[in-house]
Design a protein around this ligand. Structure first.
Ligand code: E4P
Length: 225
């Protein structure tokens, strides 16, 4: 599983880089707007927080392919390794073809159907981002959509990965992991929940209590070895 964090919150990014096997950070226009700072500052701050080797995804806003391509080029001047998120509209698909020809990495976003994902992959998208929770919210099965995209990647031997997005709980992440999605992008609050279990907490507390009862409070293996 390739884990990414869906946020522009620099403190949350630093925390996740420190704790988790994080492969990158994704943003979208709503996330950027919530940060409410100059776009270039946000991108630079995220890059500084994640280092040169992790992925950074940011989305174009243009309504035509031509503007999307210009935006992508401007973003690449800001961050040479940035991965360009492009929505799966007809103009977006046109932009993907051109960006692919220029060797620019692409994440196809706003995916709600497997056919949108398939065409984006054929047009050159490396990551395919279905919105799991937004589908679940309207009683359309987000996991099933992600699973079908994973299946199509396999059937057509496409050079693309599912980047499942839009999660509101751990069960949704678990379901798409079982369905074979290669990567996920998760908001910080749900990301932290991935490791939570009360029996883990009580189990660790029990180990500490048993150990300290014999070897002393605050000791570790380093003190007794
Ligand atoms: C990722 O590509 C999406 O922008 C994002 O995960 C959407 O999440 P939301 O449905 O919680 O806004």
């Amino acid at each position: 599983m390739i884990y990414m964090l869906d946020t522009a919150d620099i403190e949350a990014i630093k925390k996740a880089v420190d704790l988790y096997p994080l492969a990158g950070v994704t943003t979208n226009p709503s996330i950027i707007a919530k940060a409410n700072r100059p776009f270039s500052d946000i991108i630079r701050d995220i890059r500084a927080a994640i280092g040169p080797d992790r992925m950074l995804h940011a989305q174009v806003m243009g309504k035509t392919a031509e503007v999307m391509i210009e935006e992508a080029q401007a973003m690449r001047e800001l961050d040479a390794d940035i991965i360009i998120k492009v929505p799966v509209t007809p103009q977006g698909i046109k932009a993907m073809k051109a960006l692919k020809e220029r060797g620019i990495r692409i994440t196809a976003t706003a995916i709600l159907t497997p056919q949108q994902a398939l065409m984006a992959a054929v047009a050159g998208a490396e990551f395919l981002a279905p919105y799991v929770n937004r589908l679940d919210n309207i009683c359309a099965d987000g996991t099933q959509v992600a699973a079908e995209i994973a299946h199509l990647i396999d059937v057509y031997k496409l050079d693309a990965k599912v980047l499942a997005a839009s999660f509101k709980n751990v069960q949704q992440v678990h379901e798409i992991a079982k369905a074979g999605a290669q990567s996920v992008t998760i908001a910080p609050d749900v990301f932290d929940q991935l490791l939570v279990h009360p029996l883990t907490d009580s189990g660790v507390a029990g180990f500490v209590s048993d150990w300290e009862g014999v070897y002393g409070e605050g000791t570790t293996v380093l003190d007794v070895i």
